[in-house]
Design a protein around this ligand. Structure first.
Ligand SMILES: *Cc1c(COP(=O)(O)O)cnc(C)c1O
Length: 379
């Protein structure tokens, strides 16, 4: 097969005329900041998830941090999985907690409940459970022996039915290569009214939104004209600055409409890879979102295969190099499962921007690699 000229990216967002029209409408409306589009996005997202409340933020990373700060999770121990993105190890550190990184299940690469149990410390008060590649983390099993706070990291689960409802709160990501991208952005969902009411002002320095004050029909401030802009506010909590703006929500609302179709296509890619790739390729646990198609190969040839595919203009990635290997969160213990499995991981291209020919192209060259290396062994 002829080698393509352009690079086939491992992940990429896809937009259409709908996002452009929605952005144009928002730009021309004169309200670019947090306003009606964010309110609608929060409402529709909460409905999709089946959660009572949703708070839109600038990223899942800051969303997780805000949940920690709203609940006062500080100076305690926080368990999180080693196969994850840096966010889940860094957020506990931002809050002066210990980042207690544990090993994973060899099949799902999610938290291993047995290792969670063994790793519990006297001051372990929270667990961040990542649904790796969209496969649900074993939260019910962990609940059997842990009654502290569980934050469900749904960065890869948008949207798996039931996701976000197992943890005490869930945080979702709309980062540029996640399943429902807006460029950057995140959402916190919860059924706790108390947590919701704490979170909202904390997204903007403890201040209530200017949009709600623009809409106010009567003013609480003596001297303010009823129906005018209510410029004054009280601040009684320390907040941050991480609310989503309408320009972002304008993209999110359109991406959300396309989500079922995009997920169906991701699952189609997953099925084709599962059915057509060489049997030497280890298949990942089935995912409803296929945030990543994390194939597994022999650790000895993994990097060679990455280079071989790069020569064919196919980009791949690794999700993820274990967190315990990074200096900043190095731990004083062993990770037998993660240390073995991550060297076998190779994420193949999977996104709605791929054509059937692109999928066939990946399958052809992966299979060709094994045919050629078989030949090399033989002669
Ligand atoms: C992407 C990702 C995040 C961070 O999401 P942002 O919106 O980029 O902050 C958190 N956790 C996991 C597992 C992720 O993959």
């Amino acid at each position: 097969m002829e080698i393509r000229k352009d690079i086939l990216p491992v992940l990429r967002p896809v937009s259409g005329v709908e996002e452009i029209a929605s952005l144009a409408e928002t730009l021309e409306s004169g309200w670019w900041g947090k306003g009606p589009k964010v309110a609608k996005f929060e409402e529709e997202f909460a409905k999709m998830v089946g959660a009572k409340y949703a708070v839109a933020v600038t990223s899942a990373t800051h969303g997780q941090d805000l949940v920690f700060k709203a609940l006062g999770i500080r100076h305690v121990d926080v368990i999180n999985p080693t196969i994850s993105f840096m966010t889940t190890a860094a957020v506990p550190l931002w809050n002066d907690c210990t980042s207690n990184i544990v090993d994973v299940d060899p099949h799902t690469l999610n938290l291993d409940p047995n290792d969670v149990k063994k790793s519990l410390r006297i001051n372990t008060e929270a667990i961040i459970a990542v649904n790796h590649a969209g496969v649900p983390a074993p939260i019910a099993e962990i609940r059997e022996f842990f009654d502290g706070f569980i934050l469900e990291d749904c960065a890869h689960s948008c949207y798996v039915p039931g996701a976000g409802l197992q943890g005490d709160a869930a945080v979702w990501s709309f980062q540029a290569v996640k399943t429902m991208p807006t460029g950057d952005g995140g959402m916190i969902t919860t059924n706790s009214k108390e947590l919701y009411e704490k979170l909202v002002p904390m997204t903007w320095l403890g201040i209530s939104s200017t949009y709600s004050r623009t809409l106010a029909t009567s003013s609480l401030i003596p001297g303010n004209k009823p129906g005018g802009y209510n410029w004054d506010y009280e601040v009684d909590v320390l907040g941050y600055k991480c609310y989503m703006i309408d320009l972002t929500a304008a993209i999110g609302l359109e991406q959300m409409k396309k989500l079922p179709k995009n997920l169906e296509y991701r699952r189609h890619i997953q099925s084709r890879y599962n059915n057509e790739l060489d049997m030497k390729i280890g298949r990942p646990a089935w995912s409803e979102t296929v945030q990543y198609y994390c194939a597994r190969v022999d650790a000895e040839i993994r990097n060679d295969l990455i280079n071989y595919l790069a020569d064919k203009k196919i980009h791949t990635s690794v999700h993820f190099k274990p967190l315990h290997l990074y200096q900043i969160v190095k731990q004083n213990r062993e990770y037998p499962v993660a240390d073995q499995e991550w060297r076998r991981l190779i994420s193949l291209p999977c996104h709605p921007g791929m054509t059937e020919e692109d999928i066939s192209y990946v399958i052809y060259w992966v299979n060709q690699y094994f045919k050629e290396s078989h030949k090399r062994e033989k002669f």
